[in-house]
Design a protein around this ligand. Structure first.
Ligand SMILES: *[C@@H]1O[C@H](CO)[C@@H](O)[C@H](O)[C@H]1NC(C)=O
Ligand SMILES: *[C@@H]1O[C@H](CO)[C@@H](O)[C@H](O)[C@H]1NC(C)=O
Ligand SMILES: *[C@@H]1O[C@H](CO)[C@@H](O)[C@H](O)[C@H]1NC(C)=O
Ligand SMILES: *[C@@H]1O[C@H](CO)[C@@H](O)[C@H](O)[C@H]1NC(C)=O
Length: 366
């Protein structure tokens, strides 16, 4: 009896190994997403893209860390990942609060995070059962291949500043800064305004952490910025009612947040996440021509620590930092159309896009 059990376990283990090896062969980009999932719904769009690309082998979604304190952020992230069939490690920001979103600025937008958390099943039961953001970062990084991870930051930079400042511990004998140098191949950040200006992720909550991360990020690791001006003008989420499965949490989140019968919203975080997974070379991965490009060849971002304002410094000796723009000939319409393909993706399809469908709607490079 025990032998049979052992045999069954061994076979199961072997099957898992085959799956893991297949996945590695496919070369899904390992990513960690640091999100302020709570208020704006474009974080839902971003996590949807990550889950869809994870399921078709182009991304390896290693973890989601939350940078806003409400317990509903990590729970909503769990509902969304569970909907796509993925049991993703999630870390809640501390201390945890019971905040719900109320739009006391425009009085237009609505709460969705608590509703995602309670209308769909989720693998994570409570926010306080999760590791802290620094623990999850250090755990994932310490076991990652060298120079493999892309960190995609689509909210405030508090967790990344805490990671940079973290010291050797029971998880790793390396400091946070050493771990980043060794294991991270790129930091992709939605934040700032380019070439200069003020933007909410940088200046709205924690400008000191923004300045700390930008100034102390290890120089051997590339950084790519996605500014407020890039995603702000790309309105994605058109026709989700017609296109999504009716029980889609993506559809409901966009409906609850945007309101008044619309599901259309700016695309700061989804565009950033798409770049964080695909980089600039898209043809071999999703069959469409690249829709993003670097806007600069050299220079670096500088931050005012008191208010989070940023300005690009054109220094020819620094070449590890870029900011993104739409590629030549790409319109906000075609970018929004591509994002909508992800939002409407049926979770039961583990495959990527049917390239034929995509190429009907988008210019492909033949
Ligand atoms: C959040 O609500 C729970 C359950 O009602 C309560 O036990 C907890 O103390 C609350 N947390 C805060 C920070 O108010
Ligand atoms: C960093 O960026 C440079 C310039 O774009 C590129 O040549 C290099 O391959 C990048 N390094 C990594 C590790 O991605
Ligand atoms: C494209 O940008 C224009 C100008 O801001 C805007 O009116 C239009 O709604 C945008 N369309 C999409 C699909 O993003
Ligand atoms: C931020 O502070 C800098 C330096 O004091 C100043 O030049 C800039 O105008 C400020 N930006 C905002 C939006 O207040």
């Amino acid at each position: 009896m025990r032998f049979i059990l052992f045999l069954a376990l061994a076979i199961e283990g072997a099957i898992k190994l085959v799956h893991a090896t297949e996945h590695a062969k496919k070369g899904g980009q390992p990513i960690i997403i640091d999100t302020d999932l709570f208020s704006d719904v474009d974080d839902v769009g971003a996590l949807t893209i990550a889950n869809v690309l994870h399921n078709c082998g182009l991304a390896n979604l290693k973890g989601i860390v939350i940078n806003t304190p409400s317990q509903y952020g990590p729970l909503a992230a769990s509902s969304l990942s569970t909907y796509f069939g993925n049991d993703v490690p999630i870390a809640a920001f501390r201390p945890i609060t019971n905040d719900t979103f109320f739009d006391s600025y425009y009085y237009l937008y609505g709460e969705y995070a608590s509703k995602l958390a309670y209308n769909w099943p989720r693998n994570i039961k409570t926010a306080d059962s999760t590791p802290t953001p620094v623990e999850l970062y250090r755990t994932i990084l310490s076991s990652a291949d060298d120079r493999s991870i892309h960190i995609i930051s689509i909210g405030f930079l508090t967790n990344l500043a805490d990671l940079l400042r973290s010291k050797a511990d029971h998880i790793s004998h390396l400091s946070g800064s050493q771990l980043i140098s060794a294991k991270v191949s790129e930091l992709v950040v939605m934040g700032g305004q380019y070439p200069s200006g003020w933007e909410y992720n940088f200046g709205g909550e924690d400008p000191e952490s923004t300045a700390y991360v930008v100034q102390h990020w290890p120089k051997n690791v590339n950084v790519t910025y996605s500014g407020g001006e890039l995603g702000g003008d790309v309105f994605s989420g058109q026709h989700l009612v017609q296109r999504c499965p009716p029980d889609s949490p993506v559809l409901s989140a966009y409906q609850w947040y945007v309101g008044r019968g619309s599901t259309v919203r700016s695309s700061w975080d989804p565009i950033t996440t798409l770049y964080g997974i695909l980089g600039l070379e898209w043809v071999s991965k999703i069959g469409v021509r690249p829709m993003l490009a670097y806007a600069n060849d050299f220079g670096y971002n500088s931050i005012t620590a008191t208010n989070g304002s940023n300005a690009w410094v054109n220094d020819m000796t620094v070449t590890n930092q870029h900011w993104l723009r739409l590629a030549e000939g790409v319109t906000n319409y075609s970018m929004a159309g591509l994002l909508d393909e992800f939002y409407a993706h049926d979770p039961s399809l583990r495959s990527c896009f049917r390239y034929g469908v995509l190429s009907e709607n988008f210019d492909t490079v033949l």
